[in-house]
Ligand binder design. Sequence first.
Ligand SMILES: C[S@@+](CC[C@H](N)C(=O)[O-])C[C@H]1O[C@@H](n2cnc3c(N)ncnc32)[C@H](O)[C@@H]1O
Length: 198
Amino acid sequence: MTEENRFIDRYRTGNTPWAHQHPDFNLVETIKNKNVRPCKAFEPGCGLGVEAIWLSRQGFEVTAMDVSELALEKARELAGSISAQLNWAVMDIFKDTLPKEEYGFVFDRGFFHTFDTLEERQLVARKIASSMHEHGLWLSLMGNKDGVPVRTGPPLLTATDIVLAVDPFFEIISLEVSVFGNEEVNPHKIWRCLMKRR
Ligand SMILES: C[S@@+](CC[C@H](N)C(=O)[O-])C[C@H]1O[C@@H](n2cnc3c(N)ncnc32)[C@H](O)[C@@H]1O
């Protein structure tokens, strides 16, 4: 089974430990503290769409995509009437084409870290970069290798893994240690990486 089909299957069987109810504080803080103004925004691997919905409520014009059609169906339900203002797209980042220089802000939570090899991560970073305006911002939340490894936990990256993949396309504005914003008592340690498209 491909990695993409594995994710599709996990939504079918309800094996989605990353699901959470409230917008991740790492996104909320970044938008406020870095004064990111509403613009066209893109969320790859949006899952159940909690952050895409929040961004839309802040005035961003959001395209939220995921390889799982079921995840997006649930996201649409969760969004209720605001769903009409969001563009939900069933896409595979490797197979489908992204628009050129469309977005001013990209957010991903646990999407970029799912790719196992440097080649895959570089390909994804290049694709995301080409969909963004020059100097557009990308905030990525990724499992941190210095955290406690848990069998069912997120993939864990080192700072080197991140820098090698994104540096050709993005200037790193900040790379900080944080935790996932969710309802868990001991959330996983993550990297909160804010980047500017070169
Ligand atoms: C760890 S989950 C995170 C979901 C959501 N961002 C959250 O934090 O709740 C990773 C998401 O990426 C999606 N995904 C994985 N590979 C993908 C691909 N090649 N193209 C598009 N989406 C993909 C999965 O379906 C899944 O929803």
